[in-house]
Design a protein around this ligand. Structure first.
Ligand code: IPE
Ligand code: IPE
Ligand code: MG
Length: 241
């Protein structure tokens, strides 16, 4: 294995931010920014799959995004459905497995059905795992996990002393996935916005200035390159120079 390949992140998480500002800069409605953003989703997912990344998580809609104008929320839901409807065969052909994280119950029925179909159709695939975070909030995820764990304790299936980091991780929506090695947030904002608070503990953070609709394959490859040069120490003193 070349040193370059050794440094490839297993899991890249992306907060796709800046669609609205991209559109506003062009005097277009914000929703057109989201439409353009979908094209970048296709491009970046393909790039990640080509270079052999195991997992890509895309933050598509947060639990806080419901506070946006109704038209914007419904456009985002529609775009998600159209993207999945159109792309599911192509994703499946490329051996990509699709998984969703987030609270499903508050989503429109039609979106839930599309999500379930996508997961079902791609469940046997062994290439890139594409995780779409929809109606996702990390504090909610942690609370849901704590509730499930407490109810297992109450019925005697789990003892409090048995709860390790690994046990807790298995109660989160991301159960079974490796933690993200690299977090990319586009648009220059440098915050986490309630995204994967537990899982990002030791992720490398990368904040490109470009808005998501301007973030191309080349920019993604550059992020991977930058990650390759980072020195991760995990509290230790790192490799000898
Ligand atoms: C990210 O772009 C897309 C979603 C949050 C769904 P924004 O819509 O947040 O764009 P800005 O941050 O307003 O520019
Ligand atoms: C985070 O972006 C959510 C997604 C990208 C889906 P926001 O644009 O909603 O985050 P804030 O409000 O700027 O923190
Ligand atoms: Mg934003």
């Amino acid at each position: 294995m070349s040193p370059r390949t050794k440094q490839l992140p297993r899991h890249v998480a992306i907060i796709m931010d800046g669609n609205g500002r991209w559109a506003q800069m062009r005097h277009l409605p914000r929703t057109l920014g989201h439409r353009e953003g979908v094209l970048r989703v296709k491009e970046i997912v393909q790039a990640a799959s080509e270079i052999g990344i195991e997992v890509v998580t895309l933050f598509a809609f947060s639990t806080e995004n419901w506070s946006r104008p109704a038209l914007e929320v419904s456009t985002l839901m529609r775009l998600l459905q159209v993207y999945l409807g159109r792309e599911i065969s192509a994703l499946s052909r490329r051996n990509i497995k699709v998984r969703f994280i987030g609270r499903r119950d508050q989503l429109p029925r039609s979106v839930i059905r599309t999500i379930e179909r996508a997961e079902e159709k791609t469940k046997g695939n062994t290439g890139l795992t594409l995780v779409l975070a929809v109606n996702y909030g990390s504090r909610q995820e942690i609370l849901d996990g704590v509730r499930a764990m407490m109810s297992d304790c109450a019925r005697g299936a789990l003892a409090p002393g048995e709860v390790t980091e690994k046990t807790f991780g298995s109660y989160l929506y991301t159960a079974g996935l490796p933690d993200p090695d690299l977090l990319i947030r586009t648009s220059g904002e440098q915050r986490i916005s309630n995204f994967m608070l537990w899982q990002l503990s030791y992720a490398e953070l990368y904040f490109p200035e470009k808005y998501w609709p301007d973030f191309r394959k080349q920019d993604f490859l550059e992020a991977i390159e930058v990650y390759g040069k980072r020195c991760r120490r995990f509290g230790g003193i790192g490799k000898k120079a």
